[in-house]
Write a protein that binds this ligand. Structure first.
Ligand SMILES: N[C@@H](CCC(=O)N[C@@H](CS)C(=O)NCC(=O)O)C(=O)O
Length: 128
């Protein structure tokens, strides 16, 4: 079962909740009080932020990467059009502030993309 560490007022959590709803995935929510954050949240995200997805031993912070991970594991229905290139580059997520990978050592997608730069050749989609 997927667990989402969540805060009701958080737009980044909204982003993940929307993706989960779109894909029809079941999940449980652990509400985190952002005004009085529990110490254990830093075990799940060294930055102490929500959202964080947890599934067994797998712990993944950062809403953009969570959604990318959901897309990878449950591709249907797709969250974005085909042909954008894969994996998606963080710069395509305007609201994603991506932490340095060394602060998120357990975060596979962040590590996978951390070496990329804005000059990487994956083409940006063009609007028609
Ligand atoms: N880039 C992160 C941002 C997450 C974020 O800033 N969450 C806020 C709540 S909306 C938070 O946990 N703030 C606590 C803090 O920054 O200390 C993401 O996309 O998941």
């Amino acid at each position: 079962m997927i667990t989402i560490y969540d805060a009701d007022r958080c737009p980044y959590c909204d982003r993940v909740r929307l993706a989960l709803a779109e894909k029809g995935l079941e999940y449980e929510v652990v509400e985190v009080d952002l005004d009085d954050r529990p110490a254990w949240i830093y075990d799940k995200n060294p930055l102490g932020r929500v959202p964080v997805l947890e599934e067994g031993e797998y712990v993944l912070p950062e809403s953009a990467f969570i959604n990318e991970d959901l897309e990878e594991r449950w591709p249907e229905p797709a969250l974005w059009p085909a042909g954008l290139g894969w994996p998606l580059h963080p710069s395509r997520f305007p609201f994603a502030s991506v932490a340095p990978a060394n602060r998120l050592p357990h975060c596979r997608p962040v590590q996978a993309t951390a070496g990329m730069t804005r000059t990487d050749p994956s083409p940006r989609p063009t609007r028609t």
